[in-house]
Design a protein around this ligand. Structure first.
Ligand SMILES: [Zn+2]
Length: 361
């Protein structure tokens, strides 16, 4: 019994880390990614991979909770930052580390979607910075009580479990190096929890509904709403000259969170994404990639999941049972994070709800 409880706790803590603190750094498991960074600059919390002239991709493997990865677009006189992290502290650390790559000021922040790991740094920016999001992002942050719903709810409720587990491990650890690592992790997690408790959800200051283009010197930056799917308001940031597209969590290099998904529309929106002329994808999590085939593979995962979940539901299984049983292992070669049968419970719960919504239409 004791061993079982311990292994459940271990899995809980692991999954909490996987969907929170370590999200940004977990790229290695993310499907067919790019080769090792050719030109990377490391700050205290973030690393910056140079993608093209004035275009960087920031990731973190710090014990501090940091959230999604950040494309950074440096223009003639200013900087556009894509997403701003999971806490105000993470956003401040990013701005500090960004001084290693530019002395120009951030004047634009794009929120690719409303989830906390992309928007909870919004409150650190002053009135000189425009925070741009799809109009749904402003609605969600302003009206949907985001700190009392998923995915935030799960993150904040997991943190005390992580803290207790780290304390327990620290109590048992003898090796000085291991103790030092655990102490760092514990301090970072305690600080993250305090930050999250004090959080003030801050909506974008500027919204658009289908397309918005910024011209900054020689740079053309398109913000595109290609359709609903991952959420009801995801923005893709497209640099047509550089042939780079920043996809947020609409398309990661790995499986994305599905707790707000509209599954059929997601597949269609990914078709629209594939129509763009790009050579590099900078996703919200995972690693940069170049192949449209990974997008097709993700569409196939989504379609297959809908079919398989519907079958199990028809047999009378609850969302919880289905989430454990649904076998998606045939997609393992594209998405190596699939280790065996099962899918994320929040995604499967959302799929049950979405199936009910569809039936009522
Ligand atoms: Zn995310």
């Amino acid at each position: 019994m004791k061993a079982t409880a311990r292994s459940i706790l271990f899995i809980l803590v692991l999954s909490a880390f996987a969907c929170f603190s370590r999200e940004a750094g977990a790229g290695a498991q993310g499907g067919s990614g790019s080769a090792a960074a050719s030109s990377t600059i490391s700050g205290k919390v973030y690393q910056f991979e140079k993608i093209a002239d004035g275009v960087y991709y920031a990731t973190s493997s710090s014990p501090m909770a940091t959230g999604g990865n950040h494309p950074i677009i440096i223009n003639d006189r200013d900087v556009l930052l894509v997403d701003d992290g999971t806490t105000p502290a993470a956003a401040r650390a990013l701005l500090q580390d960004m001084k290693l790559i530019t002395d120009k000021p951030v004047r634009w922040v794009v929120n690719t979607h409303f989830h906390y790991d992309h928007t909870d740094g919004n409150s650190v920016f002053g009135p000189e910075v425009e925070i741009i999001g799809h109009e749904y992002v402003r609605h969600a942050i302003a009206d949907l009580d985001v700190t009392h719903r998923e995915p935030f709810k799960n993150a904040i409720s997991n943190m005390p479990v992580q803290i207790e587990s780290l304390k327990k491990q620290l109590g048992e650890a003898k090796d000085p190096a291991q103790r030092a690592t655990l102490e760092k992790q514990l301090a970072a997690t305690q600080a993250d929890l305090e930050e999250l408790k004090a959080l003030k959800p801050t909506p974008p200051t500027m919204t658009y509904s289908s397309k918005m283009t910024l011209f900054r010197g020689q740079r053309e930056i398109q913000l595109l709403f290609l359709g609903r799917g991952h959420t009801q308001g995801d923005t893709v940031v497209f640099l047509p000259k550089e042939r780079i597209v920043c996809t947020g969590d609409l398309m990661e290099s790995r499986l994305a969170y599905m707790g707000d998904a509209l599954f059929d529309e997601w597949v269609t929106t990914l078709d629209a994404l594939k129509e763009l002329d790009f050579g590099t994808v900078l996703p919200g999590h995972g690693v940069p990639f170049h192949e449209k085939s990974l997008i097709t593979a993700y569409q196939s995962y989504l379609k297959d999941l809908v079919v398989k979940v519907a079958e199990l539901r028809k047999q009378g299984l609850s969302a919880e049972e289905t989430a454990q049983k649904v076998d998606m292992t045939s997609h393992k070669s594209d998405f190596p994070q699939i280790q065996g049968p099962g899918a994320d419970l929040r995604g499967v719960r959302r799929m049950y709800e979405w199936m009910d919504e569809r039936a009522r239409r």
